[in-house]
Write a protein of this length. Structure first.
Length: 325
């Protein structure tokens, strides 16, 4: 298919572009390079521009005639979203509406949306399935949940078919070492610990050791970036085959504590990581683990890189390459 990948120069998007190309799809990457990297787009066509620019979007759709769209371009920092809700709603909601309405205008009705576990808020139970109530706790989570609701309404009114994929903790890197995580500032646990291991950072701070978990640190569901992208590929096939709009939680179903991740990094890298104990970070639930049964059944998806060591090893390979630069 001809697939427009919006935000294809970012961490997840760039791995997706690589996988789409490897599976013989035609790829058009659209990115404003606000946080993405041009050199992370390994092939296909690249167009630089912003979703706020409707005339630009019209031009892209006229010139490239995509048959499906994957949308990765959004602001992703929970804390920042609390301080600057205006830019989060503008980028994650208004700009996404521009994209959706351009799709409608050009009669492109297949859409794969990067959503998040943050659409659930504090969980009533774990693992979290799709029936879990949606009570997002911050503007970031609310912006994603708003678009999910818009998509349900667009399906009813316009027959617009979408798959919303709620990522738990995207992690790891391209096993071939070409791509990885390059956020600035970096806020995610695994790259931060790896930077502490490689010497790019002095220490790592653990946000709370008094949670109701076996070692007192928070438990998260880390899903390998390649598995995450494989779910998008499966969603694309699903929509191509006439699948109905749906939402899927994506994780590997196993939770790992912050301390377990630190231990894994030390073991894989052979380096000592200096750890400082800090207070809890606001809005962090003790455990977030996905029940991805639905994605397995309906999309025929199954994660491959489920052990923490492999996830960390691939990310460490990438981190070493960054240090070498
Ligand atoms: N975390 C931490 N120190 C850090 C960054 C993160 O202890 O410097 C913890 C955080 O409290 C959470 C887990 O690591 O329990 C994963 O956080 P991250 O920001 O990577 O992802 P999130 O779960 O917020 O999407």
């Amino acid at each position: 298919m001809r697939v427009l990948v919006v935000g294809g120069a970012g961490y997840i998007g760039s791995h997706m572009v690589k996988m789409l190309l490897a599976n013989d799809h035609q790829v058009i990457t659209l990115d404003n390079l606000s946080s993405g990297h041009r050199d992370a787009v390994l092939g296909g066509t690249f167009v630089e521009g912003d979703l706020a620019d409707v005339a630009f979007l019209n031009k892209v759709f006229t010139e490239h005639q995509p048959e499906a769209v994957m949308h990765f371009a959004s602001f992703i920092q929970v804390g920042e979203s609390v301080r600057k809700p205006d830019i989060y709603y503008r980028n994650n909601v208004t700009n996404t509406l521009n994209l959706l309405d351009t799709m409608l205008k050009f009669e492109v009705r297949k859409f794969i949306f990067s959503s998040t576990a943050a659409v659930f808020g504090e969980p009533d139970y774990v693992p979290i399935d799709e029936a879990h109530p949606n009570r997002p706790l911050n503007p970031y989570g609310r912006s994603k949940w708003m678009i999910e609701q818009v998509l349900a309404d667009y399906d009813k009114a316009f027959g617009f078919k979408s798959v919303c994929l709620r990522y738990f903790n995207a992690a790891g890197a391209d096993p071939e070492g070409q791509l990885g995580e390059r956020h600035d500032p970096e806020t995610h646990l695994i790259p931060l610990i790896l930077q502490a291991a490689s010497g790019r950072r002095e220490h790592i701070q653990v946000f709370g050791r008094d949670y109701d978990t076996p070692d007192g640190t928070c438990i998260r569901d880390y899903i390998h970036i390649v598995d995450l992208c494989a779910a998008h590929l499966a969603a694309l096939t699903y929509l191509k085959n006439g699948g109905d709009s749906d939402r899927f939680n994506l994780g590997n179903g196993a939770g790992f504590s912050v301390q377990a991740v630190i231990d894994a990094v030390q073991q894989i890298s052979g380096k000592h990581v200096q750890v400082i104990d800090g207070p809890r970070r606001e809005g962090d639930p003790a455990r977030l683990v996905a029940d991805a049964t639905r994605a397995r059944h309906i999309l025929g998806w199954a994660p491959v890189f489920t052990d923490l060591e492999t996830i960390v090893a691939h990310a460490w390979q990438w981190e070493q390459k960054q240090v070498g630069h």
